[in-house]
Design a protein around this ligand. Structure first.
Ligand code: HEM
Length: 469
């Protein structure tokens, strides 16, 4: 008994030493920084030894209000605070201005930061990781290709046929609901692979999809990636061997092959094709799925969206013209629905960086080597920026030009601004158009899960009925 209580004392003492050491670290740093500059580390606590505040962060992330972790600290310490999450000391910003500054900074100040498990999946020349001139080159080439009218034209045609193929299988009398999350995943993967390497739906595409699922789930990741890289390398080889080079690039592989610089080797191109699927694969289907979820819960918005799209469909049918990409993007209310879905859905809650040197922003000191987490979700749901932020209200986007504002950054910003943003919006517009003009539906009860990624708990089941009008 006596031994037990001595042991308890020793443990308690040890715990206090470690705890005070970690808590003290922040204070010590504060002093050290104070002596060098007028700036201070943001307020906040580093939490428990080793664990930091990770447990609280994750338990909030699993709830309906992941931002409650931030809200509590925001009230105590202000919009920018320090914490210890992702296994490292972290500065969290829920301040749009500070986050914008970080996003706009170059690699001398901040470099990308991902959890180790994800970094291990990426190649060392991955667009997601690299900095400097190679990054600017790949980002620029890919971004301008995804923005080009040629790609939009081609993707619209492809997407129309993928959507049609999927919807043709939906019967009014089926005994199963349609799972929107699964359907949109299939469609968006087809579009993504077409845009990157021009594979059409078929056996090879299915194989790629299977390997990608193994890769991203963390099971057998590296062998799966190797198999995918092999498929892409075969495509690259056949392009190199072909005497007929594409005058207008048909996909991202063509765009990168066309670049004469030696840095873009076949390995760099092949690896990047897979790594670009990481941000592209899950996000677009989620955008479409969440739009259907919010519309199902907001009949007035659904009504206005349907009317707008039916009007376009009838007009085009009357004139005997096919729908082209600019038609889909011309519908203001549909665009507002997509924007509002991005604001509320927060498919990417924020982005992470690591500071490459000591940096001062708005009076805060960001020490070298710390993780910086720009948390968009708190900004997108801040009542100071958006009236009744938890209400799905696409009309708010018609009142003022908030699109360019600091307070709306679902695609990030600065040099790493998502190059797929135009593609994502176009895909969502095409899907919504065909869904609302071809079907009525009743959605089953389902809820949004926010961790580890945003998704619908039951994959968004809906019962569909083909429209007669
Ligand atoms: C709703 C859909 C999407 C959302 C919300 C989204 C969001 C984002 C965000 C926030 C970033 C910035 C990451 C950072 O700063 O570290 C990003 C980067 C990126 N996104 Fe997207 N994305 C979407 C769709 C796509 C699509 C369809 C593609 C197509 C391939 C794509 C490719 C990329 C790539 C390659 C990057 C890295 C850019 C770089 O680091 O230079 N994304 N995305």
């Amino acid at each position: 008994m006596e031994m037990m209580s001595s042991l308890m004392w020793i443990l308690a003492l040890l715990f206090c030493i470690v705890f005070l050491h970690v808590k003290g670290k922040g204070k010590l740093s504060n002093l050290r920084w104070n002596s060098k500059t007028s700036c201070q580390l943001p307020l906040g606590t580093l939490g428990w030894p080793f664990l930091g505040e990770t447990i609280d962060f994750i338990s909030c992330a699993y709830s309906d209000r992941p931002e409650s972790f931030m809200d509590r600290r925001r009230r105590l310490y202000g919009k920018v605070f320090k914490s210890h999450i992702f296994g490292t000391p972290t500065i969290v910003s829920t301040d749009a201005e500070v986050s914008r500054f970080v996003l706009q900074s170059d690699a001398k100040a901040f470099v990308p930061f991902y959890p180790k498990s994800l970094t291990e999946l990426m190649g060392k020349s991955s667009i997601l990781l690299i900095n400097g001139s190679l990054h600017r080159k790949i980002h620029g080439l890919v971004g301008s290709f995804f923005k080009s009218p040629h790609l939009k034209h081609q993707i619209t045609r492809d997407m129309q046929s993928y959507v049609q193929q999927a919807m043709d299988k939906w019967r009014d009398d089926q005994r199963q609901p349609v799972f929107i999350q699964d359907e949109t995943k299939t469609i968006a993967f087809q579009v993504l692979v077409k845009a990157l390497v021009s594979l059409n739906p078929g056996e090879e595409m299915e194989l790629l999809k299977k390997h990608f699922q193994e890769f991203i789930s963390g099971l057998m990741s590296l062998p799966a990636k190797k198999r995918m890289v092999k498929i892409v390398q075969k495509i690259i080889q056949s392009r190199r061997n072909s005497s007929r080079s594409a005058t207008v690039p048909r996909d991202v592989v063509d765009v990168l092959l066309k670049d004469a610089s030696e840095v873009l080797t076949d390995d760099v191109i092949a690896g990047n094709m897979i790594d670009m699927m990481i941000p592209g694969e899950d996000s677009v289907p989620l955008l479409m799925t969440l739009a259907i979820k919010y519309l199902s819960d907001c009949p007035a918005a659904l009504h206005q969206l349907t009317e707008e799209n039916l009007k376009l469909k009838r007009l085009k049918a009357q004139n005997g013209e096919p729908l082209i990409w600019s038609d889909y993007l011309s519908l203001p209310f549909t665009q507002s629905v997509i924007t509002e879905t991005l604001r509320m859905g927060n498919i990417i809650i924020g982005v992470m960086r690591k500071s490459a040197e000591d940096i001062e922003i708005k009076g805060y000191l960001i020490p070298k080597g710390w993780c910086f987490f720009t948390y968009f979700r708190s900004v997108h749901l801040d009542e100071n920026h958006y009236d009744r932020p938890y209400q799905f209200n696409p009309w708010r986007w018609q009142e003022k030009d908030t699109m360019s504002s600091y307070n709306f950054t679902p695609f990030g910003g600065g040099q790493r601004l998502c190059p797929g943003l135009d593609l994502a919006r176009l895909e969502a517009s095409i899907f919504l158009h065909h869904f609302v003009t071809s079907f009525r539906w009743v959605a089953e009860e389902d809820r949004i899960v926010n961790f580890p990624t945003v998704r619908m708990k039951k994959r968004m089941p809906v019962w569909v009925e083909r429209r007669e009008d």
